[in-house]
Design a protein around this ligand. Structure first.
Ligand SMILES: C[S@@+](CC[C@H](N)C(=O)[O-])C[C@H]1O[C@@H](n2cnc3c(N)ncnc32)[C@H](O)[C@@H]1O
Ligand code: SF4
Length: 371
Protein backbone atom coordinates (compact mmCIF):
# COMPACT_ATOMS: atom_id res chain seq x y z
CA UNK A 1 0.00 0.00 0.00
CA UNK A 2 1.30 3.46 -0.90
CA UNK A 3 1.41 5.90 1.99
CA UNK A 4 0.90 9.58 1.40
CA UNK A 5 2.43 12.32 3.51
CA UNK A 6 0.42 15.25 4.71
CA UNK A 7 1.40 17.99 7.17
CA UNK A 8 0.31 15.99 10.20
CA UNK A 9 2.34 12.87 9.36
CA UNK A 10 1.74 9.45 7.85
CA UNK A 11 -1.77 8.71 6.67
CA UNK A 12 -3.46 5.94 4.74
CA UNK A 13 -4.82 8.21 2.07
CA UNK A 14 -3.69 6.75 -1.23
CA UNK A 15 -3.16 8.68 -4.43
CA UNK A 16 -4.75 6.75 -7.28
CA UNK A 17 -3.18 6.44 -10.76
CA UNK A 18 -5.92 8.78 -11.99
CA UNK A 19 -5.13 11.92 -9.96
CA UNK A 20 -7.65 11.27 -7.20
CA UNK A 21 -7.37 10.11 -3.59
CA UNK A 22 -8.90 7.12 -1.89
CA UNK A 23 -9.30 5.63 1.56
CA UNK A 24 -10.24 1.96 1.36
CA UNK A 25 -11.77 0.89 -1.91
CA UNK A 26 -13.07 2.91 -4.81
CA UNK A 27 -16.91 2.92 -5.10
CA UNK A 28 -18.02 0.46 -7.78
CA UNK A 29 -19.65 3.19 -9.89
CA UNK A 30 -16.35 5.14 -9.88
CA UNK A 31 -14.38 2.05 -10.96
CA UNK A 32 -16.38 1.94 -14.20
CA UNK A 33 -16.34 5.72 -14.56
CA UNK A 34 -12.54 6.16 -14.50
CA UNK A 35 -12.23 3.59 -17.29
CA UNK A 36 -14.66 5.67 -19.39
CA UNK A 37 -17.21 2.86 -19.28
CA UNK A 38 -20.12 4.80 -17.77
CA UNK A 39 -22.75 6.31 -20.00
CA UNK A 40 -23.77 9.66 -18.52
CA UNK A 41 -27.55 9.58 -18.61
CA UNK A 42 -28.99 12.99 -17.77
CA UNK A 43 -32.69 12.21 -17.21
CA UNK A 44 -33.95 15.68 -16.40
CA UNK A 45 -32.58 19.10 -15.51
CA UNK A 46 -35.47 19.61 -13.11
CA UNK A 47 -34.33 19.88 -9.50
CA UNK A 48 -36.12 21.10 -6.38
CA UNK A 49 -32.93 22.62 -4.97
CA UNK A 50 -30.96 25.70 -5.89
CA UNK A 51 -27.36 25.13 -4.77
CA UNK A 52 -25.20 28.23 -5.17
CA UNK A 53 -22.50 26.02 -6.73
CA UNK A 54 -24.85 24.34 -9.23
CA UNK A 55 -22.82 23.92 -12.43
CA UNK A 56 -25.77 23.38 -14.78
CA UNK A 57 -26.31 25.88 -17.59
CA UNK A 58 -29.80 27.43 -17.89
CA UNK A 59 -30.62 25.24 -20.93
CA UNK A 60 -29.79 22.12 -18.89
CA UNK A 61 -31.90 23.21 -15.88
CA UNK A 62 -34.99 22.28 -17.92
CA UNK A 63 -36.81 19.00 -18.45
CA UNK A 64 -34.36 17.75 -21.08
CA UNK A 65 -32.77 14.31 -21.59
CA UNK A 66 -29.22 13.60 -22.78
CA UNK A 67 -27.16 10.45 -23.17
CA UNK A 68 -23.60 11.81 -22.95
CA UNK A 69 -23.72 14.79 -25.37
CA UNK A 70 -26.59 13.31 -27.45
CA UNK A 71 -30.08 14.81 -27.04
CA UNK A 72 -32.51 11.95 -26.41
CA UNK A 73 -35.74 11.88 -28.44
CA UNK A 74 -36.52 8.21 -27.94
CA UNK A 75 -35.13 5.23 -26.06
CA UNK A 76 -33.30 4.20 -29.24
CA UNK A 77 -30.98 7.20 -28.82
CA UNK A 78 -29.90 5.94 -25.39
CA UNK A 79 -29.14 2.45 -26.66
CA UNK A 80 -27.27 3.75 -29.68
CA UNK A 81 -25.10 6.04 -27.55
CA UNK A 82 -24.34 3.26 -25.05
CA UNK A 83 -23.31 0.99 -27.93
CA UNK A 84 -21.04 3.60 -29.53
CA UNK A 85 -19.33 4.05 -26.16
CA UNK A 86 -19.28 0.30 -25.57
CA UNK A 87 -20.57 1.27 -22.11
CA UNK A 88 -20.50 -1.24 -19.26
CA UNK A 89 -22.70 0.85 -17.02
CA UNK A 90 -24.51 4.15 -16.59
CA UNK A 91 -24.52 7.03 -14.14
CA UNK A 92 -28.01 8.50 -13.88
CA UNK A 93 -27.81 12.19 -13.20
CA UNK A 94 -29.58 15.53 -13.49
CA UNK A 95 -31.08 17.71 -11.96
CA UNK A 96 -32.65 15.31 -9.56
CA UNK A 97 -33.55 12.11 -11.44
CA UNK A 98 -36.27 11.47 -8.86
CA UNK A 99 -38.10 14.57 -10.11
CA UNK A 100 -38.99 12.37 -13.12
CA UNK A 101 -39.24 9.03 -11.36
CA UNK A 102 -41.16 6.97 -13.92
CA UNK A 103 -38.80 8.06 -16.70
CA UNK A 104 -35.81 7.13 -14.54
CA UNK A 105 -37.28 3.73 -13.66
CA UNK A 106 -38.11 3.08 -17.32
CA UNK A 107 -34.52 3.87 -18.39
CA UNK A 108 -33.03 1.61 -15.70
CA UNK A 109 -35.23 -1.24 -16.92
CA UNK A 110 -34.38 -0.50 -20.55
CA UNK A 111 -30.61 -0.59 -19.93
CA UNK A 112 -30.76 -3.74 -17.82
CA UNK A 113 -32.92 -5.48 -20.45
CA UNK A 114 -30.69 -4.45 -23.33
CA UNK A 115 -27.25 -4.95 -21.76
CA UNK A 116 -27.89 -7.49 -19.01
CA UNK A 117 -27.91 -7.57 -15.23
CA UNK A 118 -24.19 -6.87 -14.94
CA UNK A 119 -24.54 -3.44 -16.57
CA UNK A 120 -23.79 -1.34 -13.48
CA UNK A 121 -26.17 1.54 -12.80
CA UNK A 122 -25.68 4.22 -10.15
CA UNK A 123 -27.84 7.27 -9.51
CA UNK A 124 -27.36 10.70 -7.92
CA UNK A 125 -30.10 12.32 -5.92
CA UNK A 126 -30.66 15.13 -3.45
CA UNK A 127 -32.82 12.74 -1.41
CA UNK A 128 -35.73 15.14 -1.01
CA UNK A 129 -37.98 13.00 -3.25
CA UNK A 130 -36.64 9.62 -2.09
CA UNK A 131 -39.80 8.32 -0.45
CA UNK A 132 -39.95 4.64 0.46
CA UNK A 133 -42.18 4.06 -2.55
CA UNK A 134 -39.74 5.79 -4.90
CA UNK A 135 -36.80 3.84 -3.52
CA UNK A 136 -38.69 0.59 -3.91
CA UNK A 137 -39.40 1.34 -7.58
CA UNK A 138 -35.75 2.12 -8.25
CA UNK A 139 -34.58 -0.99 -6.48
CA UNK A 140 -37.08 -3.23 -8.28
CA UNK A 141 -35.95 -1.81 -11.63
CA UNK A 142 -32.40 -2.99 -10.83
CA UNK A 143 -30.53 0.10 -9.59
CA UNK A 144 -27.15 -1.02 -8.17
CA UNK A 145 -25.90 2.04 -6.31
CA UNK A 146 -27.49 5.23 -4.94
CA UNK A 147 -25.60 8.39 -3.96
CA UNK A 148 -27.10 11.09 -1.73
CA UNK A 149 -26.20 14.76 -1.92
CA UNK A 150 -28.12 16.45 0.90
CA UNK A 151 -28.30 20.24 1.29
CA UNK A 152 -25.32 20.47 3.65
CA UNK A 153 -24.01 23.87 2.64
CA UNK A 154 -27.14 25.97 2.97
CA UNK A 155 -27.82 27.21 6.50
CA UNK A 156 -31.52 26.84 7.43
CA UNK A 157 -32.19 24.62 4.44
CA UNK A 158 -35.83 23.65 4.11
CA UNK A 159 -34.80 20.37 2.48
CA UNK A 160 -32.04 19.06 4.69
CA UNK A 161 -33.91 17.24 7.47
CA UNK A 162 -36.30 15.46 5.11
CA UNK A 163 -33.40 14.49 2.85
CA UNK A 164 -31.56 12.87 5.74
CA UNK A 165 -34.70 11.05 6.92
CA UNK A 166 -35.30 9.75 3.37
CA UNK A 167 -31.69 8.68 3.02
CA UNK A 168 -32.00 6.49 6.11
CA UNK A 169 -34.69 4.44 4.34
CA UNK A 170 -32.32 3.56 1.51
CA UNK A 171 -30.44 1.24 3.88
CA UNK A 172 -33.38 -1.19 3.86
CA UNK A 173 -32.50 -2.29 0.31
CA UNK A 174 -29.77 -4.54 -1.03
CA UNK A 175 -27.86 -1.94 -3.06
CA UNK A 176 -24.76 0.12 -2.29
CA UNK A 177 -25.61 3.38 -0.52
CA UNK A 178 -23.17 6.25 -0.45
CA UNK A 179 -22.89 10.01 -0.12
CA UNK A 180 -21.55 12.35 -2.75
CA UNK A 181 -20.91 16.02 -2.01
CA UNK A 182 -18.64 18.76 -3.29
CA UNK A 183 -15.75 19.90 -1.05
CA UNK A 184 -16.95 23.45 -0.42
CA UNK A 185 -14.16 25.26 1.49
CA UNK A 186 -15.31 26.43 4.91
CA UNK A 187 -17.66 23.47 5.41
CA UNK A 188 -15.20 20.84 6.59
CA UNK A 189 -17.15 20.17 9.77
CA UNK A 190 -20.42 19.69 7.89
CA UNK A 191 -18.84 17.08 5.64
CA UNK A 192 -17.29 15.33 8.65
CA UNK A 193 -20.70 15.27 10.29
CA UNK A 194 -22.20 13.73 7.15
CA UNK A 195 -19.38 11.16 6.99
CA UNK A 196 -19.98 10.15 10.62
CA UNK A 197 -23.68 9.71 9.92
CA UNK A 198 -23.03 7.61 6.80
CA UNK A 199 -20.59 5.51 8.81
CA UNK A 200 -23.11 4.97 11.59
CA UNK A 201 -25.81 3.97 9.09
CA UNK A 202 -23.53 1.42 7.40
CA UNK A 203 -23.00 3.25 4.11
CA UNK A 204 -20.47 1.95 1.63
CA UNK A 205 -18.68 5.21 0.78
CA UNK A 206 -18.48 8.96 0.71
CA UNK A 207 -17.42 10.44 -2.61
CA UNK A 208 -16.15 14.02 -2.36
CA UNK A 209 -15.85 16.16 -5.48
CA UNK A 210 -13.25 18.88 -5.83
CA UNK A 211 -15.36 22.04 -6.23
CA UNK A 212 -15.36 23.40 -9.79
CA UNK A 213 -16.68 26.55 -11.38
CA UNK A 214 -18.62 26.71 -14.61
CA UNK A 215 -19.84 29.70 -16.59
CA UNK A 216 -23.11 29.48 -14.64
CA UNK A 217 -21.88 29.38 -11.04
CA UNK A 218 -18.69 31.50 -11.35
CA UNK A 219 -20.35 34.75 -10.22
CA UNK A 220 -21.94 33.12 -7.16
CA UNK A 221 -18.66 31.47 -6.19
CA UNK A 222 -16.63 34.68 -6.61
CA UNK A 223 -19.21 36.61 -4.57
CA UNK A 224 -18.63 34.17 -1.72
CA UNK A 225 -14.88 34.70 -1.93
CA UNK A 226 -13.99 31.47 -3.74
CA UNK A 227 -11.30 31.70 -6.42
CA UNK A 228 -10.12 29.42 -9.23
CA UNK A 229 -6.83 27.58 -8.64
CA UNK A 230 -5.31 29.03 -11.85
CA UNK A 231 -6.16 30.30 -15.33
CA UNK A 232 -5.92 26.77 -16.72
CA UNK A 233 -8.06 24.95 -14.17
CA UNK A 234 -11.74 25.00 -13.32
CA UNK A 235 -10.97 23.87 -9.73
CA UNK A 236 -11.61 26.14 -6.75
CA UNK A 237 -8.72 27.06 -4.43
CA UNK A 238 -8.69 25.25 -1.11
CA UNK A 239 -11.22 22.57 -2.09
CA UNK A 240 -8.73 19.76 -2.72
CA UNK A 241 -6.83 20.54 0.49
CA UNK A 242 -10.05 20.51 2.50
CA UNK A 243 -11.12 17.23 0.90
CA UNK A 244 -7.77 15.68 1.84
CA UNK A 245 -8.23 16.79 5.44
CA UNK A 246 -11.61 15.05 5.55
CA UNK A 247 -10.09 11.85 4.15
CA UNK A 248 -7.29 11.93 6.68
CA UNK A 249 -9.76 12.47 9.51
CA UNK A 250 -12.13 9.84 8.11
CA UNK A 251 -9.43 7.22 7.90
CA UNK A 252 -8.76 7.62 11.62
CA UNK A 253 -12.30 8.10 12.86
CA UNK A 254 -14.62 6.06 10.63
CA UNK A 255 -14.63 2.78 8.73
CA UNK A 256 -16.10 4.32 5.59
CA UNK A 257 -14.52 4.18 2.12
CA UNK A 258 -13.67 7.62 0.74
CA UNK A 259 -12.93 8.89 -2.73
CA UNK A 260 -11.80 12.44 -3.42
CA UNK A 261 -12.55 12.94 -7.11
CA UNK A 262 -10.53 15.75 -8.69
CA UNK A 263 -11.24 18.09 -11.60
CA UNK A 264 -8.18 16.59 -13.28
CA UNK A 265 -9.60 13.07 -13.02
CA UNK A 266 -12.76 14.14 -14.83
CA UNK A 267 -10.89 15.96 -17.58
CA UNK A 268 -7.68 13.99 -18.08
CA UNK A 269 -8.83 10.46 -17.28
CA UNK A 270 -12.57 9.87 -17.38
CA UNK A 271 -13.38 12.00 -20.44
CA UNK A 272 -10.27 10.86 -22.31
CA UNK A 273 -11.02 7.19 -21.72
CA UNK A 274 -14.62 7.64 -22.79
CA UNK A 275 -13.52 9.45 -25.97
CA UNK A 276 -11.07 6.64 -26.80
CA UNK A 277 -13.82 4.03 -26.45
CA UNK A 278 -16.13 6.07 -28.68
CA UNK A 279 -13.46 6.89 -31.25
CA UNK A 280 -12.85 3.20 -31.95
CA UNK A 281 -16.49 2.83 -32.97
CA UNK A 282 -17.06 6.01 -34.93
CA UNK A 283 -13.73 6.60 -36.75
CA UNK A 284 -13.97 6.29 -40.53
CA UNK A 285 -11.05 4.53 -42.27
CA UNK A 286 -9.33 7.82 -43.21
CA UNK A 287 -9.35 9.14 -39.61
CA UNK A 288 -6.51 8.74 -37.10
CA UNK A 289 -7.34 8.26 -33.42
CA UNK A 290 -5.04 10.44 -31.29
CA UNK A 291 -3.67 9.70 -27.82
CA UNK A 292 -6.43 11.94 -26.42
CA UNK A 293 -9.19 9.98 -28.14
CA UNK A 294 -9.88 12.70 -30.74
CA UNK A 295 -10.25 12.08 -34.50
CA UNK A 296 -7.64 13.64 -36.83
CA UNK A 297 -8.10 13.92 -40.59
CA UNK A 298 -7.74 16.24 -43.57
CA UNK A 299 -10.48 18.35 -45.13
CA UNK A 300 -10.99 20.45 -48.26
CA UNK A 301 -13.47 23.33 -48.38
CA UNK A 302 -14.85 24.75 -51.60
CA UNK A 303 -18.14 26.30 -52.77
CA UNK A 304 -19.07 23.49 -55.16
CA UNK A 305 -18.34 20.18 -53.44
CA UNK A 306 -19.49 18.05 -56.38
CA UNK A 307 -17.15 19.89 -58.75
CA UNK A 308 -14.27 19.53 -56.27
CA UNK A 309 -14.97 15.82 -55.79
CA UNK A 310 -14.92 15.15 -59.54
CA UNK A 311 -11.72 17.17 -59.88
CA UNK A 312 -9.99 15.25 -57.07
CA UNK A 313 -10.99 11.89 -58.55
CA UNK A 314 -10.52 12.63 -62.26
CA UNK A 315 -7.66 15.13 -62.36
CA UNK A 316 -5.77 14.55 -59.12
CA UNK A 317 -6.42 10.79 -59.29
CA UNK A 318 -7.32 10.38 -55.61
CA UNK A 319 -9.01 6.98 -55.05
CA UNK A 320 -12.72 7.43 -54.27
CA UNK A 321 -12.41 5.34 -51.10
CA UNK A 322 -10.12 8.01 -49.62
CA UNK A 323 -12.71 10.75 -50.03
CA UNK A 324 -15.93 11.40 -48.17
CA UNK A 325 -18.31 14.26 -48.91
CA UNK A 326 -19.67 15.62 -45.65
CA UNK A 327 -22.69 17.62 -46.88
CA UNK A 328 -23.69 18.74 -43.41
CA UNK A 329 -20.32 20.35 -42.70
CA UNK A 330 -19.86 21.39 -46.35
CA UNK A 331 -16.45 19.80 -46.92
CA UNK A 332 -14.64 16.77 -48.34
CA UNK A 333 -12.85 14.64 -45.76
CA UNK A 334 -9.71 12.59 -46.49
CA UNK A 335 -6.54 11.19 -44.89
CA UNK A 336 -4.13 13.82 -43.49
CA UNK A 337 -1.36 12.83 -45.96
CA UNK A 338 -3.68 13.24 -48.94
CA UNK A 339 -4.75 16.71 -47.78
CA UNK A 340 -1.09 17.69 -47.30
CA UNK A 341 -0.13 16.54 -50.80
CA UNK A 342 -3.14 18.15 -52.44
CA UNK A 343 -2.57 21.44 -50.61
CA UNK A 344 0.91 21.60 -52.14
CA UNK A 345 -0.25 20.64 -55.61
CA UNK A 346 -3.51 22.56 -56.06
CA UNK A 347 -3.74 26.29 -56.57
CA UNK A 348 -6.94 28.32 -56.41
CA UNK A 349 -9.86 28.74 -54.04
CA UNK A 350 -9.82 25.30 -52.41
CA UNK A 351 -8.83 25.51 -48.72
CA UNK A 352 -7.18 22.54 -47.04
CA UNK A 353 -6.94 21.95 -43.29
CA UNK A 354 -6.05 19.28 -40.79
CA UNK A 355 -8.80 19.09 -38.17
CA UNK A 356 -9.15 17.34 -34.83
CA UNK A 357 -12.63 16.55 -33.52
CA UNK A 358 -14.22 14.85 -30.53
CA UNK A 359 -15.85 11.52 -31.50
CA UNK A 360 -18.95 12.66 -29.60
CA UNK A 361 -22.45 13.30 -30.95
CA UNK A 362 -21.75 17.06 -31.15
CA UNK A 363 -18.35 16.50 -32.87
CA UNK A 364 -16.72 19.52 -31.25
CA UNK A 365 -13.73 20.69 -33.29
CA UNK A 366 -10.72 21.11 -30.99
CA UNK A 367 -8.07 22.06 -33.54
CA UNK A 368 -7.84 23.31 -37.14
CA UNK A 369 -4.50 23.75 -38.91
CA UNK A 370 -4.54 25.48 -42.32
CA UNK A 371 -2.34 23.79 -44.94
C1 LIG B 1 -23.26 16.83 -11.17
S1 LIG B 1 -24.20 16.29 -9.77
C2 LIG B 1 -25.55 15.51 -10.48
C3 LIG B 1 -26.67 15.16 -9.57
C4 LIG B 1 -27.38 16.25 -8.80
N1 LIG B 1 -27.64 17.39 -9.56
C5 LIG B 1 -26.59 16.59 -7.58
O1 LIG B 1 -26.09 17.73 -7.51
O2 LIG B 1 -26.48 15.75 -6.70
C6 LIG B 1 -23.24 15.01 -9.12
C7 LIG B 1 -22.33 15.46 -8.02
O3 LIG B 1 -21.61 16.57 -8.43
C8 LIG B 1 -21.24 17.30 -7.29
N2 LIG B 1 -21.28 18.74 -7.60
C9 LIG B 1 -22.32 19.59 -7.68
N3 LIG B 1 -21.89 20.81 -8.00
C10 LIG B 1 -20.54 20.75 -8.14
C11 LIG B 1 -19.52 21.68 -8.48
N4 LIG B 1 -19.79 22.95 -8.75
N5 LIG B 1 -18.24 21.25 -8.52
C12 LIG B 1 -17.94 19.97 -8.25
N6 LIG B 1 -18.85 19.04 -7.94
C13 LIG B 1 -20.14 19.42 -7.88
C14 LIG B 1 -22.11 16.89 -6.16
O4 LIG B 1 -21.28 16.28 -5.18
C15 LIG B 1 -23.05 15.88 -6.76
O5 LIG B 1 -23.25 14.81 -5.92
S1 SF4 C 1 -28.77 19.35 -6.46
FE1 SF4 C 1 -27.47 19.30 -8.29
S2 SF4 C 1 -28.78 20.02 -9.98
FE2 SF4 C 1 -29.84 20.49 -8.06
S3 SF4 C 1 -29.27 22.61 -7.68
FE3 SF4 C 1 -27.83 21.32 -6.55
S4 SF4 C 1 -26.07 21.01 -7.93
FE4 SF4 C 1 -27.79 21.81 -9.17
Amino acid sequence: MIRGWLAEGIIMVQKTPYYSYVVGELPKGCQYCVRGEKLVLFVTGVCPRNCFYCPLSPWRRKDVVYANERPVRSEKDIIEEAKIQDARGAGITGGDPLARLSRTVEYIRLLKEEFGKKFHIHLYTTGILASEEALEKLYDAGLDEIRFHPDLFQPNSKFFEREIENMKKAFDFGWDVGGEVPAVPGFEDRIKWFASLLDKLGAKFLNINELEFSETNLRALLDRGYKPVSDESSAIKGSLEMGLKVLEWGEKNTSLNYHLCTAKLKDAVQLRNRLKRMAKNVARPYMEITEDGTLRFGIAEYDDLEELYEFLVEEAEVPREWLYINWEKKRIEMPVEVAEELADAIEGDVKFYIVEEYPTWDRIEVERIPL
